[in-house]
Design a protein around this ligand. Structure first.
Ligand code: DGY
Length: 330
């Protein structure tokens, strides 16, 4: 018998923790090929009447073109916290709820920022390659000398939930913490001992600069040659937020010229980054393929929450995490 329940399209084989919840209520179409659903498949599902899409930020682009093709779409639920992949104003205009999964990945993403920071400061990937290569002959006093994290100054750009979690870890490492951003965060200051400063001052004073703001019109290209030039020559830039906050070519130039000492990068302007991108040729950087929230437990929680958002909207209830509250007039 044909399944006449509303269709939910999942653009990836997301963890079953959430998908199994969806199956109890809806006709669930899950893309089961490699690499996530191609755009034409996403658009066809929308055009064929999907009521909800469980989308993968930042890869899926839910732009006006996609929404114009979606006669029944009521909810776009992102598997993640960032919503720069969707045109929220257009969704609101069309009465489509946009949902995300904040809270589920805060601590995990902060762990990853720290993993990269420690890896860069203490040359973990280089050391690993060196040991494996068989070149290591004896203990050497000057081998792969790094930068101390304890007692150093950590600058957090964007003291939201993830920025605060990064700062909290910094406090545990005995760091002095500065932060900048649109809003002063008194609670975060009380918790982490952080001091609110203008961004230029943060750049000039920090030994480690961690980017933790959202990508939006204000933060796109926030860090370029001028800002990198304000940083200490010994400083390390950490980006676990969104690649487009940093002008990638200018970062590569700064790393090559020694304007800054290093970078630890989880996110790129375009993902995946092209293998011949100048940034990848920089030896004084460590990279990860957008792994901020990549733990078994967190990805399950994200799936569950993203699906609970869908279930709520399609049952006429306000979802737990709604990015565009203006859409919810009832
Ligand atoms: C997020 O949650 O925004 C992650 O970066 C995945 O896009």
């Amino acid at each position: 018998m044909a399944d006449t329940r509303p269709v939910v399209f999942c653009s990836w084989g997301f963890p079953e923790a959430g998908i199994s919840l969806l199956r109890e209520h809806f006709n669930v179409h899950v893309w089961d090929g490699p690499d996530g659903a191609p755009r034409e498949v996403l658009l066809k599902e929308l055009a064929d009447g999907a009521a909800a899409v469980l989308a993968l930020p930042p890869s899926d682009r839910l732009n006006p073109e996609a929404m114009a093709m979606a006669p029944n779409l009521k909810v776009i639920s992102g598997f993640g916290v960032g919503f720069d992949y969707v045109d929220v104003a257009e969704a609101t205009k069309r009465g489509i709820a946009v949902c995300n999964t904040p809270g589920t990945l805060t601590e995990t993403t902060a762990d990853q920022a720290w993993a990269l920071m420690l890896g860069m400061a203490r040359h973990v990937p280089k050391g690993d390659r060196y040991v494996r290569s068989g070149e290591w002959k004896k203990y050497e006093p000057a081998l792969l000398l790094g930068t101390d994290i304890h007692g150093a100054t950590l600058g957090v750009i964007g003291m939201g939930a993830i920025g605060t979690a990064v700062a909290r870890r910094g406090k545990g490492f005995g760091m002095r913490i500065l932060y900048s951003g649109r809003t002063r965060r008194l609670e975060a200051e009380a918790e982490t001992g952080a001091t609110y400063v203008p961004m230029d001052e943060l750049l000039a004073q920090s030994d480690f600069v961690s980017i933790n703001c959202a990508l939006n019109a204000e933060t796109r290209g926030l860090i370029g040659s001028r800002e990198l030039g304000l940083m200490k020559r010994t400083a390390i830039l950490v980006n676990s937020a969104r690649g487009a906050i940093v002008k990638q070519a200018e970062l590569a130039a700064a790393l090559n010229s020694g304007t800054i000492a290093g970078a630890a990068i989880d996110v790129f302007e375009v993902e995946p980054i092209a293998p011949d991108d100048a940034l990848l040729a920089c030896d004084n950087a460590v990279f990860a393929p957008h792994l901020g929230s990549a733990t078994f437990a967190t990805r399950s929680k994200m799936s569950r929450l993203a699906c609970e958002n869908i279930i709520a909207v399609l049952h006429g209830h306000r979802p737990p995490f709604l990015v565009n509250p203006d859409v919810w007039k009832h």
